[in-house]
Ligand binder design. Sequence first.
Ligand SMILES: NC(=O)c1ccc[n+]([C@@H]2O[C@H](COP(=O)([O-])OP(=O)(O)OC[C@H]3O[C@@H](n4cnc5c(N)ncnc54)[C@H](O)[C@@H]3O)[C@@H](O)[C@H]2O)c1
Length: 393
Amino acid sequence: MNNSIYNRLLQKEAKLAVIGLGYVGLPIALEFARKIKVVGFDINQERVNLMKRSIDPSNELEASAFDGCDIEFTANINDMKDVEFFIVAVPTPIDDANLPNLKPLLGASATVGKVLKKGDYVVFESTVYPGCTEEDCIPVLEAESGLKFPQDFKVGYSPERINPGDKEHTLQNVIKVTSGCDSESSEEIAKTYELVVEAGVHRAASIKVAEAAKIIENTQRDVNIALINELSIIFNKLGINTFEVLEAAGTKWNFLKFSPGLVGGHCIGVDPYYLAQKAQEVGYHPEIILSGRRLNDDMGKYVAGEVVKLMMKHSLPVLGSNVLMLGVTFKENCPDIRNTRAIDVYSELKSYNVNLDVYDPWADTNEVRAEFGFDLMSRFKHQRAKLMATWNA
Ligand SMILES: NC(=O)c1ccc[n+]([C@@H]2O[C@H](COP(=O)([O-])OP(=O)(O)OC[C@H]3O[C@@H](n4cnc5c(N)ncnc54)[C@H](O)[C@@H]3O)[C@@H](O)[C@H]2O)c1
């Protein structure tokens, strides 16, 4: 049997590490840990402690997902000294000016660089603009390790398609794009991922192609939702029900089904800014991508404005009125409040001096208080409010 990294992983002679154990990193780490030896590394010791007790801090996986896994959770870099295959899945957020914030990614690259050895593999999964792996991450790996790319170590990129709260499209049953820095690494990386992705992998032609493929998946979605949001504003003015229009148009075979709404979270509302930044760097100002972003980012304000208009139309006093907002997480059936645009609805309504209560059984009260400075309505208070409403009706 040859001594390829894939075979060494399979024979449990080599270890794989996942750096960053969030929505993306933990499921992939556990899936690999059913087949090969895995180290799960995260800088957040509290999260590591929970995972050691078979608790997913992101609330996506049941305790049974940890059963039968050969995995060591750690926040200690020394535990990765004998690892030969690294997967990086740390966040790639934007800053207040909507510019890419590469701090976690470069931090994780520096961590890997400190334990990188000749012959090792590093695969990035974080969503980035085309060129980021080669232009931003590899130099950090080289600087920290003192090794030279590509002769001393191999690099690849494999974007993630996981969808929090979605039990239908899973890591195992959705084709995964993989790539490497040369034909040998491309094959080794593809075969390694095939161990866990039953649907198989698509071998992209290069790292940049794989990076670009991921970023356009989310950009396409963002722009399409922006179009439907714009249509809903027009139809509102025309007194036409947008959902009835979409239902009718949706009967055509090639009409794309998107719904109007708030575009939040750390993917769809963020990733297009990564692509826009790269486009501007090479001298092109993206018109459609950025106008889609602007439109979607303004929807919360628009929704709140429409609520106030409706109240006035029905002779309801706005100032001092009691308003209940249902939902604060960035989407349905998911506890994640990061970059939720529901907060825009909240802030805009608050600016009209209404008494606003927010109820969301998915969101964590402490997280909401820390992030947005208000307390969620308790389940008890919500039930009482519902009762009172029924009583008054
Ligand atoms: N969540 C999704 O639905 C999704 C889907 C596809 C792609 N992605 C992309 O995957 C990447 C990871 O996203 P996520 O949702 O899993 O993030 P997350 O916030 O859920 O988890 C990130 C984890 O990384 C850890 N971390 C941060 N900096 C670190 C460092 N320097 N070293 C080690 N650990 C570090 C954090 O403590 C956290 O546990 C992002 O680029 C994101 O855009 C996410």
